[in-house]
Every structure is written in C-alpha cells, then in structure tokens.
Design a protein around this ligand. Structure first.
Ligand code: UDP
Ligand code: MG
Length: 307
C-alpha cells in the first residue's frame, strides 16, 4: 500500500481546523488504497491551535504534529513538513479549506497516470480585495519578465508530489524560500488543475498587504538578478548622456562665452542622479541583506515539540 503524508501549516487556525479535518477525513476514507498520515505544523500560533491539534491527535493515530518555538512563516512550516515526511507521496495544503481536499482524488489519478507532481491554480480571484488582485497580477507580469523561471499566475501552494520531487525541494537549502519558484526550478512533469477560488471556512487571512508585498520582493530577489544588472545599464546610459552634454557645453561656451546660467537645471540633474544612485544602492542592499542571511545559515525553523 502506498503511503501519503498530508502537510498542513497552521497559524492561528483553531476555528478552521475542525472543518478541515472533517473534510480531509472523508476524502481519506474514500481513497482506501492509500495509507494517509496527517502532519499539522503549528507555526507558533497564539490561539488554541495546538490544543485543537492535540485533541484531534488523541482520536486519530494517523495525526502527527510539530509545533514551532515561535512564528517562522508558512514557508518554514512547509519545509518542516517536507523534512518530516517519509511517504511515497506528499500533499501540502492550507488549513482553511481554501485548498479543497475534494480535489485530492483527481490529483491521485493524475499522479498515478505518470505525472511527478500535480499542482493547482485558481482561475478566479473572486472574493479577494480588488487592490490585492491588481498587485498580484502585476507581480506575476514583472517576475515572469525578470526571471528565467516561469511563475504561474494564481498558482497555489496546494500540491501533490511524488518522493523525488519532495527530495529535490528539500535539497534546495536556501534560507529565503519562495516555494512557487522552487517548484518551477526543480521542474518535473507537472499537471496543472484549475479551480475557482474558495473562501476560507473560518478566521482571517494571515497575509496583510504589506506582508504580501515583502513576499513578492522576496520572490523577485530569490529568482532574478536582473534588478542588479539594471544598475549597470542605467550607469552606462547616463555616462553616455553626460558625455553628450559635456560636448554641448564646451561648444556652447566656445561660441557664446560663459554667462552664469543653468543653476536650476543643474539642481534638477543632481537631484535626479542622487535619487537614482540611492535607488540602486537600495537594490544592491536588498541582495546583500539576503546573502547575509544565507551566509549565517541559521535554522529555518525551531521545533518545540513533535509527535
Ligand atoms: N500560515 C502559516 N504561517 C504564517 C501564515 C500562514 O503557517 O505565518 C498558514 C495558515 O495557517 C494557512 C496557510 O498558511 O493554513 C495560508 O494562509 P492564509 O489562509 O492566511 O493565506 P491566504 O490563503 O489568504 O493566501
Ligand atoms: Mg487561505
């Protein structure tokens, strides 16, 4: 019998967990040919998520859990789950039922038919704040221009993977993890299935606009160095412009002499160049900061308790 690990990152999900478990339980009963284990990863929740998981674990021996010493973020929780997994197949899914467990039977069919991994994407963003959808769309446009890795708009972190895919993901040892990119990076034969957006069953999204914005920057910095190259490009461009301006000034002075004009335009140019330099210094700083974190090689998560 093939074994399957379900990995569920949970951060303050006490309200959604019972719904999730009920739904997932039903599906595992249907898929009788597989032996399931649940891995709930409590990402330093401050509510009663852990107690809820422990309560469930007391009723079902297939339930395992890890609890972190603090909140390390969803990426860390995913990695912790993958590190623990031993199954022939591994599925990662959210605790809020936004990754409907009811898709699992189809996903298993595809993976049995020869795919290495089955990925999901939402075709609508219904129910999401419009401003968030707008920025999300722009993000995918930008990153797909900047990076050789293809990022699929609307892709979820809801996946079914075979063992080689899991091992490949774990072998990416970076500190700043951006799973959507890592999955593209490792490749493998991927089947995409589409579904319409589902609202979370209870509780609230843990992603504020600001958190998502930072995550987007993470994605770009992790998978593209084009922003760094931009600095060199603009440097050359402005050297060229400066060279032409110097020629013009020399010719003008020779012909018309040197009246003391041009102060306002000078200030404009100084401000503009100063701004541009600081902007690119910022970009370089962003990469430097990430490199600094990678070099320190701190653990990506710290486990407080495991069962
Ligand atoms: N999550 C987590 N750590 C965090 C934030 C979120 O483990 O710091 C989990 C959360 O419990 C949920 C999943 O990641 O199972 C997705 O989070 P959420 O539903 O808030 O994101 P959204 O679906 O709105 O993108
Ligand atoms: Mg959600």
């Amino acid at each position: 019998m093939k074994t399957v690990d379900l990995i569920i990152p949970c951060y303050n999900e006490e309200e959604s967990l019972p719904h999730f478990y009920a739904e997932a339980e039903k599906i595992t009963q249907k898929l009788k040919t597989y032996q399931f284990s649940f891995w709930f990863i409590d990402d330093g929740s401050t509510d009663h998520t852990l107690a809820m998981i422990q309560k469930l674990a007391a009723t079902d021996p297939r339930i395992h859990y890890i609890t972190f010493s603090r909140n390390f973020g969803k990426e860390a929780a995913l990695l912790a789950g993958l590190d623990q997994s031993t199954g022939d197949y591994v599925a990662v899914m959210d605790a809020d039922c936004q990754d409907p467990p009811s898709l699992l039977p189809d996903m298993f069919e595809y993976i049995e038919s020869g795919y290495d991994t089955v990925a999901t994407r939402r075709v609508t963003r219904k129910g999401e704040p419009p401003i968030r959808s707008l920025f999300a769309r722009q993000f995918y446009k930008i990153i797909n221009h900047l990076s050789n890795i293809e990022m699929v708009d609307g892709a979820r972190d809801f996946r079914l993977m075979s063992r080689p895919v899991v091992d490949a993901i774990i072998s990416c040892k970076e500190y700043n993890r951006y799973s959507k990119g890592l999955w593209s990076f490792v490749g493998f034969k991927t089947k995409w299935i589409e579904y319409t957006n589902v609202q979370r069953v209870a509780g609230e999204s843990k992603w504020s606009f600001w958190k998502l914005f930072k995550y987007a920057i993470e994605g770009i910095v992790a998978f593209s160095t084009v922003p760094l190259t931009l600095a060199a490009f603009f440097g050359i461009l402005f050297c060229f412009i400066a060279f032409i301006i110097i020629l013009i000034v020399i010719v003008k002075t020779l012909i018309f002499g040197d009246p003391a004009t041009g102060w306002p335009s000078l200030i404009c140019i100084i401000m503009f160049m100063g701004g541009l330099q600081l902007f690119f210094l910022g970009i370089i700083g962003e990469y430097l900061a990430k490199t600094y974190l990678e070099v320190k090689n701190r653990p990506r998560y710290i486990i407080r308790e495991k069962k």
